[in-house]
Design a protein around this ligand. Structure first.
Ligand SMILES: [Zn+2]
Length: 119
């Protein structure tokens, strides 16, 4: 016998709310561990040192592309944001092989980066 159930759930953004709001504005909001200073983007619920307390802090929003790939729905990149101790996976919206990128605003609260404007 097979039974299908539908589930309608609304979940809040929880501790990620500042990060997700930042993505909508085009800002990189990271969590900095108050015990060891490790800065994670996205913020983590618990630092690898064991501490659960983190303060949210806005990074410059610039990053270096470490690796990139092209998928059926666009390009993605592994990036390290300036000031972050972690790596992030982002949708890459650049033409060519830019290695320096900047966060872009996303209505869908996705991590999107685009080529950094030339100085
Ligand atoms: Zn820590």
């Amino acid at each position: 016998m097979r039974v299908s159930l539908s589930l309608d759930v609304t979940a809040g953004e929880g501790f990620l709310a500042p990060y997700l709001d930042g993505l909508r504005r085009g800002e990189a909001i990271a969590g900095r561990c108050t015990a060891c200073g490790r800065t994670a983007l996205p913020p983590e619920p618990r630092c690898r040192c064991g501490a659960a307390a983190a303060e949210m802090r806005r990074l410059a929003g610039t990053a270096t592309v470490l690796w990139r790939t092209t998928g059926t729905d666009g390009d993605a990149a592994l990036v390290r944001f300036d000031g972050a101790d972690t790596l992030s996976v982002a949708r890459l919206e650049t033409v060519g092989g830019a290695t320096r990128v900047r966060i872009a605003a996303s209505d869908a609260a996705a991590l999107v980066v685009t080529a950094e404007p030339s100085p």
